[in-house]
Write a protein that binds this ligand. Structure first.
Ligand SMILES: NC(=O)c1ccc[n+]([C@@H]2O[C@H](COP(=O)([O-])OP(=O)(O)OC[C@H]3O[C@@H](n4cnc5c(N)ncnc54)[C@H](OP(=O)(O)O)[C@@H]3O)[C@@H](O)[C@H]2O)c1
Length: 228
């Protein structure tokens, strides 16, 4: 695969870049141009064998990057957080949906895309009043209407080595996993398979697997399909 990864510096993105490089795919890791760690990420990703793009997050900038690198597979693995919003502005609608829509539109314009993989989240359902989930409902809908071959992945909590502490995510996952362990003992195995946390490494392997799987074209893959 010729892979373009948006959100490459994230917990999931960095694992996808590393695993895709190790598997011998040609990888372009996108790092936003205003990242304070652009040099550090460039060294790290180039060390793995990836090419780094720091194309601007504009329709023209992203279209030019895709036209230059001609990926067969585009991965959209980005999203903001409350901490990032407080630091740099934006919200789930403008970042999580807005940038994903921009990337989808750029991929349509570039042509030649065999699969667009979108990292969504468990809990997405139409009509939700939760802003985080609504951004994902909108992104999934835009992707499904784009004409691109697509796959949306909906994991539950993702754990791994973060650069910053996210107590909410850790405790949320621990609580959910504890309750689900009990549910599993009581026979709720399907419930446990759906909502149990995963790791960025397991998820990255699953994303690369579903990206290459013809059975996953135009499909949503939920947690149980994203396990090792
Ligand atoms: N973490 C979870 O438990 C979980 C569970 C289910 C679904 N998800 C979803 O999966 C996706 C990836 O999650 P993750 O935990 O791997 O991500 P993450 O570690 O929070 O990384 C997010 C990525 O998005 C980029 N980004 C954030 N705001 C941006 C902006 N304004 N402009 C451009 N780039 C921006 C970040 O770039 P910088 O590094 O430059 O900031 C980073 O590459 C997100 O949509 C998330 O909501 C997460």
């Amino acid at each position: 695969m010729q892979i373009f990864v948006a959100g490459a510096t994230g917990l999931t993105g960095r694992a996808v870049v590393a695993q895709a490089c190790a598997a011998g795919h040609a990888v372009v890791a996108h790092v936003r141009p205003d990242s304070g760690r652009l040099g550090e990420w460039t060294t790290r990703f180039e060390g793995l064998g990836a090419t780094v793009s720091s194309a601007p997050w504009s329709p023209e900038g992203m279209a030019a990057a895709l036209a230059q690198h001609r990926p067969s597979h585009v991965f959209s693995l980005l999203g903001t957080t409350r901490k990032r919003m407080a630091r740099e502005g934006g919200d789930y609608q403008s970042v999580d949906f807005g940038l994903t829509r921009l990337l989808i539109d750029a991929a349509v314009a570039a042509g030649g895309i065999e699969r667009f993989v979108y990292l969504s989240a468990e809990g997405v359902k139409p009509g939700t009043r939760n802003a985080y989930l609504k951004a994902r409902v909108d992104a999934e809908a835009h992707l499904a209407a784009s004409g691109l071959p697509w796959t949306a992945a909906r994991p539950s909590f993702i754990l791994g080595d973060r650069d910053e502490a996210r107590a909410g995510e850790r405790y949320g996952a621990a609580l959910a996993d504890g309750a689900l362990g009990l549910a599993g003992l009581l026979g709720g195995r399907r419930l446990r398979a759906r909502y149990q946390s995963t790791t960025n490494e397991i998820l990255a392997a699953a994303l690369l697997r579903i990206a290459a799987d013809p059975a996953c074209v135009d499909q949503v893959v939920r947690s149980e399909g994203l396990r090792a």
